[in-house]
Design a protein around this ligand. Structure first.
Ligand code: FMN
Length: 132
């Protein structure tokens, strides 16, 4: 499944590079309003006080029908607001919060995320088949 991400300081970009997943799309200020018309898992950092970054909100305004799950980066120093962008997106769009990780994540986080994306592909395929 496609992984769509936004990274304002480079942590999420670095995290995803380590997964070696290939179908990756980066949201930028320039393309945030484009439609991608295929299912995706979103990965984003958290900004402000537990906020979803503005380009991600802009992207979801156009593409929310296709979101399947979300993972979020943050910093535990932010206490209750740690990686809260993921919680907000999960609740707003009623999709699973796959994981929260700190900064660019550990190797364990990378492997966990990769496994979840692969498992997601398998179960998504089954659901698609079952609907026929
Ligand atoms: C201005 C600013 C505000 C932030 N606010 C939060 C926050 O509320 N909660 C949190 O968990 N992390 C917060 N962070 C930390 C980032 O979410 C974290 O560094 C994340 O890894 C950034 O991902 P990125 O580099 O891919 O954009 C903030 C960082 C900055 C620079």
């Amino acid at each position: 499944m496609k992984v769509v991400f936004y990274s304002f300081t480079g942590n999420v970009r670095r995290f995803l590079k380590r997964t070696e997943l290939e179908d990756i799309y980066e949201i930028t200020e320039a393309n945030a309003s484009e439609k991608i018309s295929e299912p995706f898992i979103l990965v984003t950092g958290t900004i402000g006080f537990g906020e979803v970054p503005a380009p991600v909100e802009q992207f979801l305004a156009e593409n929310s029908t296709w979101i399947q799950g979300v993972a979020a980066s943050g910093n535990r120093n932010w206490g209750n607001n740690f990686a809260k962008a993921g919680v907000t997106i999960s609740q707003t769009y009623d999709v699973p919060l796959l994981m929260k990780f700190e900064l660019h994540g550990t190797l364990k986080d990378t492997l966990e995320f990769k496994e979840k994306v692969v498992n997601f592909d398998e179960s998504y395929g089954r659901e698609a088949l079952q609907s026929y």
